[in-house]
Design a protein around this ligand. Sequence first.
Ligand code: ZN
Length: 238
Amino acid sequence: MINVTIYNEYLHEVESEEIAAVYPDGIHNCIAAFLGKNEDMKVKTVTLSTVEELTDELLNNTDVLLWWGHMAHHKVPDEISERVYNRVMCGMGFIALHSAHFSKPFRRLMGTTCSLCWREGDRERLWNIMPSHPIAQGIGNYVEIPAEEMYGERFDIPAPDELVFMGWFKGGEVFRSGCTWYRGLGKVFYFQPGHESNPTYHIPEIQRIITNAVRWAAPLYTLPQIDCPHVESPEANM
Ligand code: ZN
């Protein structure tokens, strides 16, 4: 069983009727609904108003944490971001969605600004450039996203360990839209599609990619905490 926790700040859907029409129960519940259909996943959601629930206890019992945030990154307490970072070091998977490129835990994990350029009201063709990757299974050569926000380079990230998807936008820009990194014992996936006013998370292929990413990021090995032990030589008793 993969224990999945989804954090969504859940402000756009409350403040805008147009966005509430796309995600009536919030982005977190949309993602929870399609992930929850998998018998190997148990899903919990947390929003900014309940962010204090992201305790060590919950994170210790989370295999993969998904993160969607945009306008209130600064309202997530630093100690919670640090807690997430430490848990990833110990093996927890972390999936940063769309505007979570600027979230505190993602920037902490990357060590760079994670800046990019953007423009609303574009169209995207998401190219599958690593079809052998677990996250790309069941996905064809590309996924058409009829309406999506353009995210463009330069995306200020460290070179990804694996580049699985490359986005092309009708305005001409390209973007490293699906990237993985290995951080400590944890696996990190950044996935660009998912602007709040577009129905991207309702697209079956996008749901498939996120489902695949959860299974990929689920840890095979974890530590209870980061340690730095003094050890005797294994030759000592030879
Ligand atoms: Zn956006």
